[in-house]
Design a protein around this ligand. Sequence first.
Ligand SMILES: [Zn+2]
Length: 294
Amino acid sequence: MNEFRGPWPDGATGAMALTFDCDVTYAYSPARPDPAGPRTGEALFAKSPKRLQGYSRGLYGLHTALPRILAFLKRRDVLASFYIPGANVERWPDAFRAIVDQGHEVGAHGHEHENVSMYRDDPEAEAAVLDACLDAFGKHLGLRPTGYRSPAWDMNLHSARLLQERGFAYDFSLFAGEAPHLLSDIYPDQPDLLEFPIDWCLDDAPYFMWFMPPHLMAQFHGPDEVFEIWKAELDGIVGEGGVFTLTCHPSVIGRHHRMNILERLMDHVEARGDVWVAPLADIAGHVMRRQAAA
Ligand SMILES: [Zn+2]
């Protein structure tokens, strides 16, 4: 497996990206379980007032946690990557424009947070979702994202081709490795799309995202425990020249005791002094320039 493990800018040992999925209400109400069924969001919510709890949890992420995260990033002088379903951009353009105005990267995350496993045998439907998402970004934010993270971290055999045809520079949805690599390097018949690996242990949801039984997803974990896990992963991945990525959700990480984990992690990164912290679009650009020059 041919991974890119440096050299990194300014002699850094490795790189790091803080990333946030702005799922808002889709985090707590599955989007479009039937691809032929009704669209979710307002219409489904109106028909299903029982979803009010999940709806309000999503709004906590948008109205309370997202401004807190943006203030944290500004204070720590860090640029991050935010992945947003297109329908959320349509619905709350001002909230997401604030992300762009602060210089952060915004990437595509489905249109209605569709789990693309629905489209295993229907690339046209998956393409339509991608196009709807790109249209929303263009219309409301005036830009075209170059990064993609699949909702629910799944990819079909045709997904990377659809991304490449639309000019995406990278995908950020699969688990192999701890450093950027080309999908074509490890999966047969896949295109030369740059892939940044993820892992569930580097996601806030498994530690903190709690649902009412019977859909229990996680018991709450203490911040010290999660900090130690993330710090050890950061030291290990960066120490081997890789890219440490953290996947967070505003409604989850935005609670005060969890934001403290990010504060402590940035303290640790600053103390190390050898980590290049950047949005994934910038890291992808660096990797592609180095590979082209090699
Ligand atoms: Zn998501």
